[in-house]
Design a protein around this ligand. Structure first.
Ligand SMILES: [Zn+2]
Length: 492
């Protein structure tokens, strides 16, 4: 990494020649962002994961090391320009220590465990006959109560196709029909099976599940349809406990505390991988933008960066933060930008927004389109850390380059590493973020007031229930049994 080190050193030299009274502009922020520095950050995050068992997930040493990495900049190096604090809280940690599926001939089958998978009886696991269930690729297989009508799964392991609705929904129905466990098969062939979450709030409500490849299930289904009785075994050994974790919040000393522009990205990965695109990309973008911002003065609005904890466990860190804002503090946050996965290897450029996003969409859109990229649009769906801000009616916008195929085949897997990055898209998106920040740091034109009284923002009422529930979970870290629909990514 000699070249990288030298490039960094020269960047530092240039940085030191900039006068501290240099006024901040969008153009300067955009010009400061460069690919070498972004690469350095991702390289460091990848190394942190490698040194800590391949993950930077909530509750692991890799997450703690990620926090320390951000603090080394925000607090140690940029302490003159930035005020930084660490917001700590407890949440339910879960880990599958062992999972296995043994086929009818005693063969070991490739299997993936979702987060918050309950244990089978140990050490024996569950050995039972397999019961096939109907497939519906349009509305989802076994996603609705009616699809389970007339099915008696008592004492069985149920074979169900993955997709459309949260995995936890399928498990609840199967449990209600007397099943001992579920063998879920993936929708696409191969062993690239992303890890869903069953959500911590479902602890105690579900039966164990193992996710197997489509090909294995296809062969079993043919034999079941021919009238064979297939006896298989599912074993899940999972542990859960309460662990401390930390949001890192860092804001400029410069700027009016009553007018804050905020940027957020999640600092945790899933347990299965280093999380370099998801969300090392957002993490690195914020670090590099902060490194640029701290060189300048002369901007009227305060700039606040947030690196969220435990997003992959259910947006826990960001919801903990927004839940603990007083109405007066929420009013001071004039705009929130969410950057969660902005460097997918085959990127789309998707801007998500809601009714109160104001100028946010066009701020990002204008820059990206000017780079010759086509922009797509989406409504907020509650799958990332913008959720708590939308719930508070704070003007918010998000940028996202896609998860899963075809955008990011390594989504939530061990291969979400340095090879899983589209550097051109990453640079464009980071510069777009810098540009948008530079504009709002000076002017709130086009930014609506916080929507405190709008009763029916689309998506807002729907998400509201889960926000309250997650926030309560984050605060008390208890195993509450509450009704809900998962509000985080990859529940499906
Ligand atoms: Zn993410």
């Amino acid at each position: 990494m000699k070249f990288t080190t030298w490039a960094a050193a020269s960047a530092l030299l240039f940085g030191s020649t900039v006068s501290a009274s240099d006024p901040l502009t969008s153009a300067k922020l955009v010009a400061d962002i460069n690919q070498v520095e972004l690469q350095r950050v991702l390289w460091a995050l990848n190394k942190i994961a490698r040194d800590n068992g391949g993950t930077r997930a909530f509750g692991t040493p890799g997450y703690k090391a990620s926090v320390d990495y951000v603090l080394e900049r925000a607090q140690t190096r940029f302490g003159k320009q930035m005020d930084t604090y660490v917001q700590s809280f407890n949440f339910t940690y879960d880990e599958t220590r062992e999972i296995s599926v043994t086929g009818p001939e005693g063969e070991d089958v490739y299997v993936v465990s979702p987060q918050y998978n309950p244990s089978t009886p140990l050490p024996g696991g569950i050995t039972a006959s397999l019961l096939n269930t109907p497939v519906n690729d349009e509305t989802g297989s076994m996603c609705e109560a009616a699809q389970w009508d007339g099915i008696d799964a008592t004492g069985k392991l149920v074979l169900v196709k993955r997709g459309i609705c949260p995995v936890a929904d399928k498990l609840k129905f199967a449990k209600a029909k007397g099943a001992l466990g579920v063998v879920l098969y993936n929708q696409t062939p191969g062993t690239d099976i992303s890890t869903p979450t069953l959500s911590a709030d479902n602890i105690g409500l579900l039966i164990p599940v193992g996710i197997i490849p489509l090909e294995v299930a296809t062969a079993w289904i043919a034999r079941l349809e021919a009238g064979e009785d297939l006896v298989v075994k599912l074993l899940v050994d999972a542990v859960s406990d309460t662990r401390e974790t930390w949001n890192v919040i860092s804001e400029t000393k410069e700027g009016d505390p009553n007018n804050v522009i905020m940027l957020g990205a999640h600092l945790d990965s899933v347990q299965e991988g280093p999380g370099i695109n998801d969300d090392g990309s957002g993490t690195a973008a914020l670090l590099e933008i902060m490194g640029s911002v701290k060189k300048y003065k002369g901007f009227p609005h305060k700039i606040r960066f947030a690196w969220w904890a435990a997003e992959e466990s259910g947006l826990v860190g960001s919801l903990y933060y927004t839940e603990h804002l007083s109405p007066a503090e929420a009013d001071k946050i004039k705009f929130y930008f969410n950057y969660d996965m902005i460097a997918s290897p085959f990127p789309k450029y998707e801007i998500s927004s809601y009714e109160n996003s104001g100028i946010g969409v066009s701020l990002l859109e204008d820059y990206i389109v000017a780079q010759g990229k086509e922009v797509e649009y989406a409504e907020f769906d509650g799958r990332s850390d913008y959720a708590g801000f939308v719930d508070l009616g704070i003007p918010t916008v998000g940028l996202f380059t896609g998860d899963g195929a075809p955008w990011d085949p390594c989504y939530h897997q061990a291969c979400d590493d340095l090879d899983n990055i589209n550097w051109e898209g990453f640079l464009i998106n980071t510069k777009a973020a810098a540009n948008a920040l530079g504009i709002l740091a000076h002017s709130l034109e086009g930014v609506p007031p916080r929507a405190t009284t709008t009763p029916n923002l689309r998506g807002r009422s729907k998400l509201h229930h889960s926000f309250r529930r997650w926030a309560a979970l984050a605060e008390h870290a208890q195993h509450e049994h509450m009704c809900s629909h998962g509000s985080k990514k990859a529940v499906v």
